[in-house]
Design a protein around this ligand. Structure first.
Ligand code: UTP
Length: 297
């Protein structure tokens, strides 16, 4: 089986209800951290990992996403005429080559597993990555790149794993570990959103995957699971039932859950502080805000 991963699926068909009313007209993935939409962070990470084909699973109302990756000739010409070359370069970095990006519609939000399955014909018989753009990961070496390098050694399927406190286990898919080899763990089971005292480990799955094409066949057969949705976790668990390898990868980096308001705000602060052009002023402002709050208490 080929171990080079060149295709990635970006499931972006969810309703984004936790950000209503904003998501009534703005796709969640277009919301910006400082000045770049969430989807741009995901695309940059995929590119760094060697991904060449970008498959978006979209839904009604996500037209702004398609426009975002289109060339904007008018805007480019205006910036060129005005000599704003740095902005022109920034703009060009969002352009995608013709044919590199494909859009598939998920007609009903039947869950992450179903969204991935919608891309089955484009994936064909190759391993593929899945990136959930609302998990943003700040890392020296981008998370998917770390995983692709590890996957070249292990094969099988691989999920990004992160340690979480036990009271948070019920928000994640949790890994049942067969063997802990440090950065990589081999997995014997996965439990979706278990109560704290039933979590098999403290390792949670977050939104980066490298999957064997067999997962698509598993998804064909899977019934609706937790939340009446077709769960990707169930299809990955099927791999283990059929004795195929699944690994968890403890990535290095800081993950922000930008699917929640609190996570989005934390990411905004962290990315704002990390920007050389904004960090010093922003940091001063935050310190003054904290001092004001403390004085008022
Ligand atoms: P979430 O669980 O965050 O759901 O999906 P959501 O709809 O985006 O947001 P909330 O919970 O209503 O606020 C995780 C990822 O799976 C995609 C989402 O777009 C997101 O990237 N997804 C989810 C689909 O593509 N289709 C689905 O049917 C469900």
């Amino acid at each position: 089986m080929k171990r080079r991963v060149t295709k990635a699926i970006f499931p972006v068909a969810g309703l984004g209800t936790r950000f209503l009313p904003a998501t009534k007209s703005v796709p969640k993935e277009i919301m910006t951290l400082v000045d770049r939409p969430l989807i741009q962070y995901a695309i940059d990470e995929a590119r760094a990992a060697g991904i060449k084909e970008f498959i978006f699973v979209t839904s009604r109302g996500k037209g702004a996403l398609e426009d975002y990756f289109d060339h904007s000739n008018e805007l480019e010409n205006t910036l060129r005429k005005k000599g704003k070359m740095d902005l022109l370069e920034t703009l060009k970095s969002t352009n995608m080559d013709s044919g590199a990006i494909a859009y598939i519609r998920q007609h009903k939000a039947l869950g992450l597993g179903h969204a991935v399955w919608c891309a089955r014909r484009l994936v064909a018989n190759e391993p593929f990555a899945v990136i959930l753009p609302d998990d943003v990961i700040a890392a020296e070496k981008p998370c998917l790149q770390q995983m692709v390098e590890a996957y070249e050694e292990t094969g099988g399927s691989m999920v990004a794993a992160m340690e979480v406190p036990s009271e948070k286990a019920s928000s994640y898919g949790m890994l049942d570990v067969k063997e802990d080899m440090g950065t990589i763990v081999s997995v014997k089971g996965m439990v979706e959103k278990p109560p704290a005292d039933e979590a098999p480990s403290n390792l949670a799955v977050i939104g980066r995957y490298i999957l064997s094409p067999k997962i698509m066949q598993n998804l064909n057969k899977i019934d609706r699971g937790a939340g009446d949705e077709i769960q990707l976790t169930d299809a990955i668990a099927q791999e283990m039932n059929e004795d195929r390898d699944v690994f968890g990868y403890r990535f290095s980096g800081q993950r922000y859950d930008c699917g929640t308001k609190a996570g989005f705000l934390q990411a905004t602060v962290a990315f704002g502080l990390a920007r050389p052009d904004l960090g010093p002023e922003f940091s001063e402002y935050l310190e003054s805000m904290v001092a004001l709050r403390n004085a008022a208490q």
